[in-house]
Design a protein. Structure first.
Lengths: 272, 334
């Protein structure tokens, strides 16, 4: 058995062996699952990606209008309500948000309480399959969106307030540009730079929050896999899951940088 | 705000005195008892100055279904003798702030599956969870200040080396990193060791962000005119660091500490929640919440959520403190 898992070899040999398996896309061998790590990871990574991307899109779709609205009425009641709500939400740990939604699912029974598909999934038609996945999807996504929302709203508000004080906004206002056009056409575009940078930075927090939410709500993503692997002391699987999360994080950052380059003409190299 | 936060911490330090029970005492007859109601008016409408409680009864005889046995009144007593305890591991005592007569129990926050008093466990658990956060933040800031300070002050290859390592830590989603480091350590450990372990793991993972910030501040402080002037007058590195650079860093360090501590409290709670942190029978807010992983507990016993709900005010207090530190340091450095 020591021979089969390569446990009798020296450390450099084992490392080399592991590197080779990465090149083959296997990322080592999971002792607990008795299978290469790669095939275990891909579907999980896909599910995590599905969850985090949807939650990010939703959180931004809510945060940008709310933050803009709050910034445009700085000091007014809307701003204060938004500030109070985001501060309150900020204090609620992701663990509790996850448990709260799980409670909702268990109590009301409107939503399934875990997993990604029902037991009879294989027997369903394509339309019912989609409906089934979505019904499992709603609660984890909502939880994850709520966890990420307060930070985003605060940043959108802060960057817009920064921009709104800039001289070019004052100038535009002086030329009689309407307040609405000012806000959405001029200010929001100028604020895009810090916001997209934030998008890159928030990926790390998003993945960490996703780990907790996934595990509590038994969404078959990387999170539950990692925790099971830690408990089972399955080294290669843990390293694989962490590597995978790092790749996701770097991909997120790269995407944000690319987006920044597209959106902000100030960053592009000027042609001589 | 800082005072309030201090009060919260103090109350966990004095858990032995404030809690009516030992956190490990089991009352197997009362599993999942709801929070005991305090009364001032009895069944006949008579008003009592001293609050009292009724005994627990199971009218239907069914398991975990409780009612008040109104036949006898148990007044709440103060400064009662009870289970012996130690405060901060030094002072012995057996007086408790409040309690009631046997055989009734006063469960302010209900009881758990072994009939242990949740309120007592909550206070003792705070010792673990709250201090893991605070000390973890202290540890990671200590490492962050030293490494960030070195990088910023000496620059060149020292800076390059330290900052590249920091980036390595920042490139990993930190909760994933936390679990990965946890994996490298033995699974079954004594609670006291587990506490230290969690502390060290958290502290060593979190240093990169503060180190980066502090490097920036030190770097800019080093170039200020008065620092350059002091150096040209022959001030030593140590003198410069102590006299000119550190005071500027202090505000940042305090603000970062107040932001990191809640994050690390949550880290301990998360680890213990998944059974990888401080384990039974020692209570921590994380392992107290762990029973919520069972759907039956989750849906039936709302008081089991309380340790998690308590995190909210603690976090908000920390954020308020961070705000206060931030504003004060801003006034200093500009």
């Amino acid at each position: 058995m020591r021979d089969r898992y390569g446990l009798d070899r020296s450390l450099p040999e084992k490392y080399l062996h592991w590197l080779q398996s990465i090149a083959r896309g296997e990322l080592g061998f999971s002792v607990a699952y008795n299978s290469p790590v790669g095939p275990l990871l891909w579907p999980r990574a896909r599910n995590t990606l599905l969850l985090t991307v949807t939650a990010t899109v939703l959180a931004w779709l809510i945060a940008v209008p709310v933050g803009t609205w709050a910034a445009s009425r700085k000091g007014g009641w809307a701003d204060r309500v938004a500030a109070g709500a985001t501060t309150a939400l900020l204090g609620v740990p992701d663990l509790l948000v996850g448990l709260g939604f799980l409670l909702l699912a268990v109590r009301t029974g409107y939503f399934p309480t875990g997993g990604m598909v029902s037991i009879d999934f294989a027997a369903l038609g394509p339309w019912d399959k989609l409906k089934d996945v979505i019904s499992h999807f709603v609660l984890p996504v909502t939880a994850l969106t709520l966890v990420n929302l307060p930070v985003l709203v605060r940043h959108v508000r802060a960057s817009l307030i920064d921009v709104l004080q800039a001289p070019f906004i004052q100038a535009a206002r002086a030329t009689g540009v309407s307040e609405r056009r000012l806000l959405f056409r001029h200010a929001l575009r100028a604020a895009a730079n810090p916001l997209i940078s934030l998008l890159g930075l928030s990926v790390a927090a998003l993945l960490s929050a996703s780990l907790v939410v996934e595990t509590i709500m038994s969404w078959p993503g990387l999170g539950p896999l990692l925790i099971e692997a830690v408990v089972a002391r399955d080294l290669h699987l843990v390293v694989g899951a962490v590597t995978c999360s790092t790749v996701l994080l770097i991909a997120g950052n790269l995407l944000a940088d690319g987006l920044l380059y597209l959106v902000d003409p100030r960053l592009r190299p000027t042609q001589a | 705000m800082l005072g309030l936060l201090g009060l919260v911490y103090l109350s966990t330090v004095f858990a032995g005195f404030l809690a009516p029970d030992d956190p490990a005492t089991q009352n197997r007859d009362f599993p999942f008892a709801p929070p005991t109601r305090l009364h001032v008016v009895d069944g006949t409408g008579r008003l009592h100055v001293r609050p009292f409680v009724y005994g627990l009864a199971r009218p239907s005889g069914a398991f975990e279904e409780y009612a008040e046995d109104q036949s006898r009144i148990y007044p709440v007593r103060f400064f009662v003798r009870g289970a012996p305890y130690r405060i901060a591991g030094i002072f012995r005592g057996d007086r408790h702030l409040f309690g009631t007569d046997s055989p009734t129990r006063l469960f302010l926050m209900g009881s758990d599956d072994y009939g242990r008093d949740q309120f007592s466990r909550f206070l003792y658990g705070g010792q673990i969870s709250l201090f893991a956060g605070l000390l973890g933040a202290g540890l990671s800031l200590g490492v962050g200040v030293v490494l960030g300070g070195l990088a910023g002050f000496y620059g060149a290859w020292v800076d390059e080396t330290i900052m590249r390592i920091a980036e390595l830590f920042l490139a990993l989603p930190w909760l994933y990193l936390l679990f990965a480091v946890r994996m490298a350590l033995p699974l079954q450990i004594e609670p006291a060791e587990a506490f230290l372990l969690v502390l060290v793991v958290i502290g060593l993972i979190g240093w990169a962000r503060p180190a980066r910030l502090i490097r920036g501040v030190v770097l800019s402080a080093k170039l200020r005119d008065y620092v350059v002037a002091a150096r040209s007058l022959g001030a030593s590195d140590l003198y410069l660091l102590r006299r000119h650079v550190l005071p500027q860093v202090l505000g940042i360090v305090l603000t970062q500490g107040a932001l990191l501590a809640p994050q690390f409290i949550l880290a301990e709670v998360t680890l213990s929640f998944f059974g990888l942190g401080v384990g039974e029978p020692v209570p921590s807010w994380g392992n107290m919440l762990a029973s919520l992983q069972r759907y039956s507990v989750l849906s039936s016993y709302w008081w089991m959520f309380l340790p998690g709900v308590a995190l909210i005010p603690v976090f908000l207090l920390y954020y308020a403190v961070a705000d206060a530190f931030h504003q004060r340091s801003g006034a200093f450095s500009v």
